[in-house]
Design a protein around this ligand. Structure first.
Ligand SMILES: Nc1nc2c(ncn2[C@@H]2O[C@H](COP(=O)(O)OP(=O)(O)OP(=O)(O)O)[C@@H](O)[C@H]2O)c(=O)[nH]1
Ligand SMILES: [Mg+2]
Ligand SMILES: [Mg+2]
Ligand SMILES: [Zn+2]
Length: 388
């Protein structure tokens, strides 16, 4: 579900920082507040969280204005020299830190600050490059209509731990603070910023018919996905999102149904027009090396999901943001999706592409892939158009 951005914005203007939960990093949570609105009350409240109060700023912007990185070793956090605004006394009080934050958000150059000072600065490199609290806080500011500068501080519990989700939720409730996750911010980022564009578009005659193949400039997940397109297609085109399977697609493996699905779907699209997105997501996103390792475990009796999990992966690690942006780059906003996998349809819908219809993706059932297909239906929610 999408957060209610307008009510979050109103809460913030009311003086309530947002609780931003990093659901990919063990629920570590930060309070986030627009630097441009910083005041002593909010800063004082944020300081009581016991984490490190920092101001986040786009790294490029910070460097351009003369703020400079601290020497670093090992860490992946972009700390810049901490500063105090020139007209502060010591710079340590809540009021003075708020003033320093507002002055940075006003766009002042480094000349107007003393350093080292008391407000820590974190440089953000863009959410597509790094999915941390720093980058998420900057994107959140933009989504909410504030300048891209935020005050952030980790919430530590009574024992000083930063990964206590229950504590955070209880705290948020007590203080009536809006709560959202870094995934919420990521999805809204994907909806708002188009980072995939058509790079090349060439003729591709195949055994199934004459297609075009389209490659993309992709600054979203930086992978090499392609589209195979048969024109003309209808206003609500047939679309297939097919994840790469070297063994099935190329080597004619019978362990899965990928190869037969691919050829059947290319035939369907050749006939009626449509788009096949060929996604560089081998092994449901775990990569080829790991998929073969998972096959090793399946040879020993684990099923396809257990094998993934035994290797420390999720049963399915794919996401569909890049597919969504590829469709948008092609001007498609409604699809008839060829799939047996409702997760794909849900992912597109959530990002804003209407799935008008889900058309079964026909694959061949063999003695080798029957147990695999059964597990996909049982554990991964696949709706198979045939008995297995
Ligand atoms: N990890 C893992 N991946 C597998 C295994 N067998 C096949 N795959 C991968 O599963 C993916 C299947 O992709 P798709 O056919 O597009 O997706 P799907 O989930 O089957 O959904 P639909 O075919 O659309 O119904 C490919 O990336 C394959 O490489 C396996 O045993 N383990
Ligand atoms: Mg943090
Ligand atoms: Mg499949
Ligand atoms: Zn396969």
């Amino acid at each position: 579900m999408k957060p209610d951005w307008e009510s979050i914005r109103r809460a913030i203007i009311d003086g309530k920082p947002a609780v931003l939960v990093d659901n990919r990093r063990e629920f570590e949570a930060d309070l986030v507040y627009p630097a441009e609105l910083a005041n002593s009350e909010v800063v004082n409240f944020m300081l009581s969280m016991k984490g490190l109060l920092c101001l986040t700023i786009d790294l490029e912007q910070a460097l351009k204005r003369g703020f400079f990185p601290l020497p670093s070793k090992g860490g992946e956090t972009n700390f810049l020299i901490p500063v105090d605004y020139e007209e502060t006394f010591t710079g340590i009080t809540a009021e003075e830190r708020a003033l320093t934050a507002r002055k940075i958000a006003e766009g002042l150059e480094v000349e107007h600050f003393r350093y080292p000072g008391h407000l820590h600065l974190l440089g953000g490199v863009g959410l597509n490059w790094r999915r941390g609290h720093t980058e998420s806080s900057l994107e959140l500011m933009e989504i909410l209509g504030f300048k891209r500068y935020a005050l952030i501080v980790e919430i530590l519990n009574g024992e000083g731990d930063s990964h206590d989700h229950d504590y955070v939720l209880k705290f948020a409730k007590e203080h009536d603070l809006p709560v959202l996750t870094t995934d919420d911010v990521w999805r809204e980022f994907v909806r708002r910023k188009q980072l995939v564009s058509v790079y090349a578009n060439a003729r591709l005659p195949t055994r199934y018919g004459e297609f075009r193949i389209i490659s993309f400039e992709n600054e979203l997940d930086f992978k090499e996905h392609v589209a195979i397109v048969k024109e003309p297609y209808s206003e609500v085109p047939l679309v297939r999102i097919h994840s790469k399977c070297l063994t099935g697609d190329t080597l004619a493996s019978l362990k899965c149904d990928c190869g037969s699905q691919l050829s059947n779907v290319l035939r369907m699209i050749a006939q009626e027009g449509g788009i096949l997105l060929y996604m560089d997501q081998e092994g449901r996103g775990i990569g080829l090396k790991e998929k073969i390792k998972a096959y090793e475990l399946q040879d020993k009796g684990l099923d396809t999901v257990q094998a993934n999990e035994a290797l420390g992966h999720k049963g399915d690690e794919r996401t569909y943001e890049a597919a969504f942006q590829m469709l948008r780059a092609l001007g498609v906003s409604k699809v008839r999706l060829i799939t047996n996998n409702p997760t794909k349809a849900r992912a597109l819908e959530e990002l804003g592409i209407e799935v008008v219809e889900m058309i079964p993706a026909p694959g061949e059932v063999t003695e080798h892939n029957r147990p695999y297909l059964r597990i996909k239906a049982e554990k991964l929610g696949h709706k198979l158009p045939f008995e297995v």
